[in-house]
Each structure stands twice: as structure tokens, then as C-alpha cells.
Design a protein. Structure first.
Length: 200
């Protein structure tokens, strides 16, 4: 094994692929117009980024939060893991100033009662909500995230150079094996890269 292969860094590591570090793209692999989406989110007041697991919702939400903050809107990012986070989210809405935006990842986990309370209070206080969920759940849909092999290939092309260790067949296989979940497919490609570096 050469010094080049032993020191080669994995381009699929989470520092390169975590939400906020990847260019948001549509199903064809084209960059999304985040500024236009942020403008529409402000106009809607409450908006949902909808899509299946691993379709880029969290990544897009992070980009929207940055754009909203850059435009001068106070932004708070929150992750919801279960209905137990409902009270914390409600308090965040209470503390937020009118005109600010809460970016909520995992809206569905709140459950119907907490979601209704948070939404009601946000409207009452003039606080914007941009949320991620698998289904719109009665919220206005800002954008629907979908995945394709072309999207995964474009994301891989955006990452640091993998030295030719990952080819189109690897990308197609990872996408199919993970049933279109791009996040999990990137984990698969991480493992493939590691195995091939060790083999070299």
C-alpha cells in the first residue's frame, strides 16, 4: 500500500455530505434557486419542504435558513425527534420576535396536537415556519424533494476527488440498493471507497 492510498481522505465523509455542506439540487441534479424559495417561504409564512427519507430536505432547510438570515430575518434552527420536543418548540415560538423564522427539521415527529399548537401560535405571533416532512400534512408545500440516480451522480461529482475509485456503476448500485435514499447511498459509497483504498 502506497503513502498516497493510505493518506487518501474519503470524499464521502460526513464533513462533506452533512446537511448544509451540499449544494441543494433538484431530482435532475440541477441547483435549486434557494433565494427564490426563501422569498416564497417568507411570503407563505408557513411552508413545508416535502420528500422521502434521504431526499435532501434537511440540506435544503439549512440552505434556506442561511439565505433567510442573510436577508436580515432572525432564524432559529430546531430538530424535532419526537412529540416530547413539542413544548420546547412552542417556547421557541413564544420567544421569537415577529418577522423571525423557525426552521424545523422533522415536523411530523411532533404529532398532530403539538403541530397544531405550534402552528397556531406562530401565526398569532407573526413567526414564520419552514419545516421538513414526508407529507405536507395540510401545510403549503414550498418544494418537493425527489431523488434519481442523476441527482446522486451530480452530488458525487460535487464532492472532493475520489481518484477514480467510484464509477457510474457503483453510484447506480448504491442508489438501487438504498431504494433512492441518497443519504444512505452516500454511506454505501463511503464504505466502497474505504474498501478499495485498503485493497490498493
Amino acid at each position: 500500500m502506497t503513502a498516497t492510498t493510505t493518506s487518501r481522505r474519503n470524499p464521502f465523509a460526513t464533513r462533506h455530505t452533512r446537511p448544509g455542506s451540499v449544494v441543494p439540487r433538484d431530482a435532475r441534479g440541477e441547483p435549486l434557486d434557494v433565494a427564490a424559495l426563501a422569498t416564497r417561504a417568507r411570503a407563505l409564512g408557513i411552508a413545508a419542504v416535502v420528500g422521502p427519507h434521504g431526499s435532501g430536505k434537511s440540506n435544503l432547510l439549512a440552505a434556506l435558513g442561511r439565505d433567510l438570515a442573510a436577508a436580515g430575518s432572525p432564524v432559529e434552527a430546531l430538530r424535532v425527534r419526537s412529540h416530547r420536543d413539542g413544548l420546547r418548540l412552542l417556547r421557541s415560538v413564544q420567544r421569537a420576535s415577529p418577522g423571525s423564522t423557525l426552521c424545523v427539521d422533522g415536523w411530523e415527529a411532533l404529532g398532530r396536537i403539538w403541530a397544531s399548537l405550534v402552528r397556531w401560535l406562530a401565526v398569532r405571533r407573526g413567526v414564520g415556519l419552514v419545516v421538513t416532512c414526508h407529507r405536507a400534512l395540510g401545510l403549503p408545500t414550498l418544494v418537493r424533494c425527489d431523488t434519481t440516480p442523476a441527482l446522486l451522480a451530480r452530488l458525487v461529482a460535487d464532492l472532493p476527488d475520489h481518484g477514480g475509485l467510484i464509477g457510474p456503476a457503483d453510484i447506480a448500485t448504491a442508489f438501487a440498493a438504498r431504494q433512492g435514499d441518497v443519504r444512505e447511498a452516500l454511506y454505501d459509497l463511503y464504505d466502497r471507497f474505504e474498501r478499495r483504498v485498503r485493497r490498493d
